[in-house]
Design a protein around this ligand. Structure first.
Ligand code: IYR
Length: 215
């Protein structure tokens, strides 16, 4: 039994914080990268609100050096898939080292990327560098990485599945998305509901003791 003030401070408050963050951590452990999507559309507003959440990320000098291009047009998704698969074919057959291919083997990935066409929405995230209308940004990769973390968290929170997909190399995304040279592709995120028969690799997460050091 705590004191009357426990609602705002003391042990009651601490327990409330623990409960809140534990529930959040539990929810985040249910997030998995999905590679098999249903074609069912997703509400536009859900994507908009998730991008709004992503845009709250801290960034170097608060320059917010990100652009989120949301593709739902089937013809553009088809062009995206075609261009990505051309690069990925090269990656899997020539560019990737044996060591890299061995590391990817448990994921079961290959050059085929049907999810780029099947997922109802594909978000292409760009870093925004110095250009005619944009200032020189700082810590761009860190800033955009944090924003993408918030984006996939928000989409998961809303009940949608995502994949963080990194075709390699990615410059073709500028022409597919019609973006200027100062914008550099960072990641491609298909978004939607998992296909009813979607499967995920049998992965585990490192235990807390392995990733957390108290000093
Ligand atoms: N870009 C390739 C290869 C790939 C690389 C990493 I690192 C992954 O974690 C997963 C895939 C592809 O998307 O298949």
């Amino acid at each position: 039994m705590g004191s009357a003030a426990d609602g705002v401070r003391g042990r009651g408050r601490d327990q409330e914080m623990v409960d809140t963050v534990r529930a959040f951590a539990d929810r985040m452990t249910t997030r998995r990268s999905i590679r098999h999507f249903s074609a069912e559309p997703v509400p536009r507003e859900v994507v908009e609100e998730a991008v709004r959440a992503a845009s709250t990320a801290p960034s170097g000098a608060n320059l917010q050096p990100w652009r989120f291009v949301v593709i739902s047009d089937p013809e553009r998704k088809r062009r995206l898939r075609e261009a990505a698969e051309a690069e990925e074919r090269e990656f899997y057959s020539r560019r990737a080292s044996d060591e890299w291919l061995r590391a990817l083997a448990p994921l079961g990935t290959d050059w085929q990327k049907p999810f780029l066409e099947v997922a109802p929405v594909v978000i292409v995230v760009f870093e925004v560098h110095q250009g005619p209308n944009t200032p020189k940004p700082y810590y761009v990769k860190e800033s955009v990485g944090i924003a993408v973390g918030l984006l996939i968290t928000a989409l998961h929170h809303a009940g949608l599945a995502t994949l963080t997909h990194t075709p390699s190399p990615m410059r073709f995304l500028n022409s597919v998305c019609g973006r200027p040279a100062e914008e550099r592709p960072y990641v491609v995120i298909p978004v939607g509901f998992p296909a009813p028969d979607a499967t995920v690799p049998d992965l585990t997460r490192k235990p807390l003791e392995e990733v957390l050091v108290w000093q």
